[in-house]
Design a protein around this ligand. Structure first.
Ligand SMILES: Nc1ncnc2c1ncn2[C@@H]1O[C@H](COP(=O)(O)OP(=O)(O)O)[C@@H](O)[C@H]1O
Ligand SMILES: [Mg+2]
Length: 229
């Protein structure tokens, strides 16, 4: 069946130069913090940036950015509010403090609906914060954003690495480009991979404040990665 929203989505996304999907499959490895601080850094560098939080069950970018009270403007769809220069859209705009208990095709529908109504305008980068796992959300996003590239996250834990290696094999078979693999919470003394973000014990105190987040060691490590995107 032809879904008329698909062609609307194509039009809505047509002004976006690069879509970067931040994934990692495991939870708690820093996908959301990386997405938020990455978007803030790109905006600080003068880029036009959007941030889309698609973690239906665990939306957290609004908390990380301290943007609990921002809401989109409605005007032939919705116009994302700006947080420190980042055009921000989250499923939390619609769900408030409640988790969204969606399953199967409902998830696909919600993503399609969201992408069909958001007016991103022209963007150099759209950063997409993903839920853990290769859920329906992940597969839909990769299908709908035809030119998406993956920034894959892991931690020094062998468990996270093993899960990531399975993910990478899948992306390869689906022909989805992986632009980088980031080791987060790395031991600063032994840097093994090209892209790494050291463990930053001060990150928690900086949450909910974009200004503070940009001054963390986490941000200075991530800046080196963001410059390569
Ligand atoms: N490099 C780091 N150093 C210290 N704490 C970190 C680091 N990266 C992420 N965290 C913390 O880990 C927790 C999980 O991060 P989050 O971005 O929510 O993970 P995910 O989105 O992958 O579930 C948060 O409390 C975050 O502040
Ligand atoms: Mg998250």
């Amino acid at each position: 069946m032809i879904d008329p929203r698909t062609s609307v989505i194509e039009k809505r996304l047509s002004g976006i130069k690069k879509t970067i999907v931040v994934t990692g499959w495991k939870g708690g490895i820093g996908k959301s913090v990386t997405s938020c601080v990455g978007a803030l850094l790109l905006a600080e560098m003068g880029k036009k940036v959007g941030l889309l939080d698609l973690d239906f069950a665990g939306a957290s970018c609004h908390l990380i950015l301290g943007a609990k009270e921002v809401f989109p403007k409605e005007e032939k769809g919705i116009i994302p509010p700006e947080v420190n220069g980042v055009r921000f859209v989250s499923i939390s705009f619609f769900s408030g403090e409640n988790a969204v208990p969606l399953r199967g095709s409902e998830v696909s529908n919600a993503i399609i609906e969201l992408l069909a109504i958001v007016q991103w305008g022209n963007l150099d980068y759209l950063i997409v914060d993903m839920p853990p796992g290769i859920s329906d959300t992940a597969l839909d996003v990769l299908r709908l954003f035809t030119r998406a590239q993956v920034l894959a996250l892991t931690t020094p834990s062998p468990v996270a690495r093993d899960v990531l290696s399975r993910a990478l094999r899948l992306y390869k078979s689906l022909k989805i480009p992986v632009i980088g693999i980031v080791e987060n919470m790395a031991d600063r003394k032994k840097k093994e991979v090209k892209f790494s973000i050291g463990f930053d014990k001060n990150i928690e105190q900086a949450l909910a404040s974009p200004g503070k987040l940009l001054k963390t060691r986490f941000a200075s490590d991530l800046k080196k990665i963001v410059k390569c995107l």
